[in-house]
Design a protein around this ligand. Structure first.
Ligand code: DSN
Length: 434
């Protein structure tokens, strides 16, 4: 067995950085980034498999490689499970991220120079919807979907008028910040009437949809729904697309490989299947607890003196809470102070911010899906609000609050809404490697 032979310092550094991160994020801190989550132990075991070393270019049972007979079956089974949760038998699992899922659909729907109607980034669109991201790389022109900051939602009348004028190839709803359901039917009808398609980006709310706590956009008129499998849907990092439009499903399926992925990171597939099963069994309870927790956190933060967005609308119907922290020093400063107190959130543009304010926007965005998966409920949301107020309103020393956060976190380390590990009997490849 070789020793580290002079690389001991580097090895120690790699080990200590990795261990410190694991300890910090899994034991000591409150993870409130709205786009993250943790997998169950069963899904994690399924994830650490030989599939992580392998290639399977092409579609199940029509691959360009040998050695794929098990992933072929697993991929079909996973698509079936997800399809049952979403009410679609047209599921594409190969995009390795939500951004790649978006790129795959956008490029089939539009040629460079064509137009798409999409909310501006400060109104909640994901960067991949914008000229700064994937849309820009595809040279598709973004026409801003009219947005009403009062209702934190699309301005339907103005949006319908704009769609009739612009006649875009497609419109996009959904994205990275949204508290309330979007008007899917109205926008679908408008874009269909000019020959375009509606893409719904469900990256953030996929778990809420599969759990029945958010309206499924597919029966309401979305032609394709893109998503991530690791936000409110608590699986491994990855993307997917569900379709109602068969021609679009086929066209996108022909281009995911070879345009956007060569291999599609096969080890995420069995872990995604395990998570889909968990959502079938526990998704309804999980999703409704997420939404109740988000609302309670918003109310508790408001009681502590924060300017929580959307009070007149009940604050939120999703997993997210958005707070205007200009009075507390702005998004960048507040997110850093909270991080120093072991509370991890992200700074976020609010609808009135110009895109250039991205480095120091007005707000912070908070997501409760991960702490909910760890078993937190309404009482814990009130404690989180108190801890945040101690840092940002009472101006207590972040290191003092960090200790309180870690103490509070101690009781919430087990991943709930999970399959039973003994029943699942999944072994990892570590069991095969001596
Ligand atoms: N940018 C991520 C988010 O936090 O919403 C999604 O890709």
């Amino acid at each position: 067995m070789a020793s580290s032979q002079g690389y001991g310092d580097i090895l120690a550094k790699i080990a200590s950085l990795t261990s410190a991160h694991n300890e910090w994020r899994l034991r000591l801190s409150l993870n409130l980034i709205a786009s993250e989550n943790v997998m169950s132990r069963v899904a994690l075991k399924a994830y650490i498999s030989d599939f992580m070393y392998r290639y399977a270019e092409g579609k199940p049972f029509k691959r360009y490689y040998q050695g794929t007979k098990f992933i072929d079956e697993l991929e079909v089974l996973t698509a079936k499970l997800i399809g049952e949760l979403l009410g679609s038998d047209m599921i594409e699992l190969r995009p390795v991220s939500g951004t790649i899922a978006n790129a795959s659909v956008f490029r089939v729907l539009a040629e460079p120079g064509d137009k798409a109607v999409i909310a501006p980034v400060q109104a909640g669109a994901h960067v991949s919807h914008t000229k700064f991201g994937t849309l820009g790389a595809l040279a598709i022109e973004q026409v801003a979907l009219p947005y009403d900051s009062e209702s934190m939602n699309v301005d339907v009348d103005k949006a319908v008028k704009l769609i009739e004028e612009v006649k875009p190839k497609f419109a996009v709803l959904g994205g990275s910040v949204y508290l309330f359901p979007h008007p899917v039917k109205e926008i679908a009808d408008a874009v269909h009437s000019v020959g375009g398609k509606l893409v719904y980006d469900a990256a953030h709310v996929l778990g809420l949809i599969t759990g029945g706590s958010w309206r499924n956009p597919l029966p309401l008129g979305a032609d394709a729904m893109t998503g991530s499998t690791h936000k409110t849907f608590p699986g491994p990092q990855g993307g997917l697309i569900a379709f109602t439009d068969k021609a679009l499903y086929k066209a996108v399926g022909k281009t995911v490989f070879p345009w956007w992925v060569s291999n599609h990171h096969l080890h995420r597939i069995p872990a995604t299947a395990i998570t889909a099963l968990e959502m079938k069994l526990y998704g309804r309870d999980y999703a409704s607890q997420i939404v109740s927790n988000a609302k309670r956190l918003a109310e508790a933060l408001a009681s502590e003196g924060f300017n929580v967005i959307g009070e007149h609308l009940g604050y939120t119907k999703s997993h997210q809470v958005v707070v205007d922290v200009r009075k507390q020093g702005g998004g960048a400063k507040c997110a850093k102070l909270l991080e120093d107190a072991n509370i991890v959130v992200n700074k976020n543009l609010l609808p009135w911010d110009p895109p250039e304010a991205v480095k120091d926007p007005s707000g912070i965005r908070i997501g409760v899906q991960e702490v909910t998966r760890l078993g937190m409920g309404l009482g814990e949301m009130e404690e989180i609000a108190r801890l945040m107020a101690a840092v940002l309103i009472e101006r207590r020393e972040p290191s003092e609050i960090a200790r309180r956060v870690s103490e509070f976190r101690k009781d919430f380390v087990e991943v709930k809404y999970s399959l039973d590990e003994k029943e699942a009997k999944i072994s990892t490849i570590l069991d095969l490697i001596e």
